[in-house]
Structures are given as structure tokens and as C-alpha cells.
Write a new protein. Structure first.
Length: 202
């Protein structure tokens, strides 16, 4: 059973989200032409990048505000981050003597979610590498799933640095995997749209 703490325990630079800009060539060979990417993929990439950045900023602001004496605002941010993280003291980092708003795993997870979303926004051609991207993103998610499974099965806990590394891999992998699925779904829909258009054209 997860226990949520009511307050933090005592003890960055904003990067604009780049928008995806993929050409409008037809969906043919994925490695030779640019695949049409629907607006939903652009929206997912931008929302993922911006929301992850805001969550990270809120997590870092919690100890800063507590340190500066603005405990009311700090506790509001702490409570807002509560549904996203268990916020356990022994699994978290401390800044200026106060606990961050996210545990070590969630901090790394959202950091690499932000990084993956921003990287794919800047280099959308990465989405064209279907097989290696699917394989790498799926492999990146496995360590955290295995760690959680082992911890539940053996009723044990892993070192905070291991949790941080597996969280980072999962954040980047799950983001890339989700964008790949949205990208391929958009390509499939684009093919169907073109086929219907060709059938209606005399």
C-alpha cells in the first residue's frame, strides 16, 4: 500500500518545446521518404515536452520555496505532485535541506520523458527508423518493469540510484514508443485517406 506524505521533509532553465516538422510526402518506404505525421503526433510531442518540464520545475520549486519561507506555496505544489509520485522520504533527493517534490525515480523518469519528447521534436526523422526505434524503446522499458516485479515478488527494495536509472530508461523509452505508435497510426490513416480519394477520382 502506497503512503502519501502530507508535506516535504527538511533534511532550472526553461527550454522551449520544438514543434515536429515532418514533410508531406506520401507514406511509402519508411527509410526513403518522410512519412506524413498527423497533427496528433505533433500535439503529443509538444504536450509531453511541456508538461514534463512543468512537472520537473514544480518538483525543484518545492524545496526552494520551503527554504525561502514560502511554505504555503511549496505545500500546494507538493500536494499537486502527490498523485504522480509516492514522495517517500527515503527514496527522494534533498535540495537545500528540503525534500524534492518527486522521488528519485520519478525525477529521472520525467527528465528523460522531457528529453525524449524534445529530441524527437527536433529530429523527427528518428521516427522513420521503425524497427530499431521500437526495439530500443521496448528494451529501455524492461529494466524498470523487471525491477518492480522483483521488488513485489520478493518484498524487497532496490537502491535509490538503481531506481533512478531504471526510471530514466522507462521515461525515455515509453515516450519514444508512444510517439512511434501515434506516428504509425497516423501513417496508416493517411494511406487509407489517400486510397479513398483515389477511388473517388475518375
Amino acid at each position: 500500500m502506497v503512503t502519501l506524505h502530507a508535506h516535504p521533509f527538511p533534511a532550472g532553465a526553461v527550454i522551449s518545446a520544438a514543434r515536429i516538422d515532418i514533410g508531406t510526402e506520401a507514406c511509402s518506404h519508411p527509410l526513403r521518404t518522410l512519412i506524413v505525421t498527423p497533427r496528433i503526433v505533433r500535439a503529443i510531442a509538444v504536450i509531453t515536452t511541456v508538461s514534463s518540464l512543468l512537472i520537473l520545475l514544480a518538483a525543484f520549486l518545492v524545496p526552494l520555496l520551503m527554504r525561502l519561507g514560502h511554505s504555503g506555496t511549496g505545500l500546494v505544489l507538493w500536494d499537486m505532485l502527490g498523485p504522480l509520485c509516492h514522495q517517500k522520504q527515503d527514496r527522494s533527493f534533498f535540495v537545500m535541506g528540503w525534500q524534492m517534490g518527486l522521488c528519485a525515480r520519478c525525477t529521472a523518469l520525467f527528465l528523460f520523458t522531457f528529453a525524449a519528447g524534445l529530441m524527437i521534436s527536433i529530429r523527427p526523422r528518428l521516427l522513420l527508423r521503425r524497427r530499431p526505434m521500437y526495439a530500443l524503446s521496448a528494451a529501455a522499458m524492461l529494466p524498470m518493469l523487471a525491477e518492480v516485479g522483483i521488488a513485489l515478488a520478493l518484498d524487497t527494495d532496490f537502491d535509490v540510484h538503481i531506481r533512478m536509472m531504471t526510471g530514466a530508461l522507462y521515461g525515455g523509452g515509453s515516450t519514444a514508443f508512444t510517439l512511434m505508435l501515434a506516428h504509425d497510426a497516423g501513417c496508416w490513416l493517411e494511406k487509407k485517406r489517400r486510397q479513398r480519394k483515389e477511388r473517388r477520382t475518375p
